[in-house]
Every structure is written in structure tokens, then in C-alpha cells.
Design a protein around this ligand. Structure first.
Ligand SMILES: [Zn+2]
Length: 188
């Protein structure tokens, strides 16, 4: 990949524990690696796609905030890395995501709303993720995910184990979680 700018490594104390952080800037997208000092040969890795509403505002329309919380707790305890992948709204961006939310307000599900806006159900790409894992010399990982497509998308990385994320559904995200399972093949 061309034009990747990499920051220094800095220490970030959090309510979960103390992590190291490093930014990988790809064009206008600034991806973040959050990691611990004690990284094993087969580290626990979470590839977390940006979801501003879920991660920062406490939205319970999706399960992103809960998944990030679970991942940070797990990495703090077991060591490993979270790649905070700046592909908001499955890579359609925040504006389009909110337009899709507006369509969902009229009764469409998350996949149908994306299609109506001219997008695929999932527009994410994973080249930068592989770049970051390669940068850290991680070739075998234990991937924290409910999404088997993520394993298929990591072509040059061996996923030796899939670790599930256990999320409790609520009345707002129950339909979203159901669609993820039925239409997008997630293992919930
Ligand atoms: Zn979300």
C-alpha cells in the first residue's frame, strides 16, 4: 500500500487499563492500533469498524459500542490488539449511515436500506488491516469476532481461532442482530 503515514507509539491510560496506541494514516483515514505490551505469538485481535453513534454516543441501535467495550476489556486482560478501522457505517460514511437510519425508521431493515441508497450491505475493505498486522509481524491471530466474513477477508493472515463476542440484545437492536444473523451470516 502507498502513502501510509505512521505515528510514534504513545501510552494511553484508560478505564480498562494502560494501552499503547499508534496511528496509521491512509489518505484521509486515520486508523488506530490499540495494543498491550504482552502480545503473544498468536495474539487476540479485534478489528473494530468505526461506529461513531455506537462507540461514542451510546447508541443501542446496533451492538458496536458493546462489542468495543467487550474487546477493550478482553485485550486489557489477555493482551493483544484492537485495530480501530475507520470505515464508518460499513464504509458508506456517517452521512449515508444516517440516511440509511432514516429509511430504517420507515420500516426497512439495515441491508434493504443500504441497497435503496445504492450500496452493498457491506462496503468494507481490509487491505489496511493486513498492512497493520504485517507491520507488527502478526501472521497468526485469534480473532475476536462474530462475523465469519472478516476471516475470509484476511487473505494473508491465518486466523487460528475465532473468539465470539457475547452481546445481550435489547428491544432496539433485536431486529438489527436478527438481520445480521439471517442476512449477513453472523454467528450470534
Ligand atoms: Zn454501530
Amino acid at each position: 500500500m502507498n502513502n501510509i503515514e505512521i505515528s510514534q507509539i504513545a501510552t494511553l491510560p484508560t478505564k480498562y487499563g494502560t494501552f499503547k496506541i499508534q496511528v496509521f494514516k491512509e489518505n484521509d483515514k486515520e486508523h488506530l492500533a490499540i495494543f498491550t505490551d504482552n502480545v503473544s505469538d498468536e495474539p487476540v485481535v479485534r478489528i473494530h469498524s468505526e461506529c461513531l453513534t455506537g462507540d461514542a454516543i451510546g447508541s443501542i441501535k446496533c451492538d458496536c459500542g458493546e462489542q468495543l467495550d467487550y474487546a477493550l476489556k478482553t485485550i486489557a486482560k489477555e493482551g493483544g490488539m484492537i485495530i480501530y478501522h475507520r470505515q464508518e457505517g460499513r464504509n458508506i460514511g456517517l452521512l449515508n449511515k444516517v440516511n440509511a437510519y432514516a429509511l430504517q425508521d420507515t420500516g426497512l431493515d439495515t441491508v434493504a436500506a443500504n441497497h435503496q441508497l445504492g450500496f452493498k450491505a457491506d462496503e468494507r475493505t481490509y487491505e489496511i488491516v493486513e498492512y497493520i498486522l504485517n507491520h507488527f509481524g502478526m501472521t497468526k491471530i485469534r480473532l475476536l469476532t462474530n462475523n465469519p466474513n472478516k476471516i475470509e477477508n484476511l487473505k494473508n493472515i491465518e486466523v487460528v481461532e475465532r473468539l465470539p463476542i457475547v452481546i445481550v440484545s435489547n428491544p432496539h437492536n433485536a431486529k438489527y442482530l436478527h438481520i445480521k444473523k439471517e442476512k449477513m451470516g453472523h454467528l450470534l
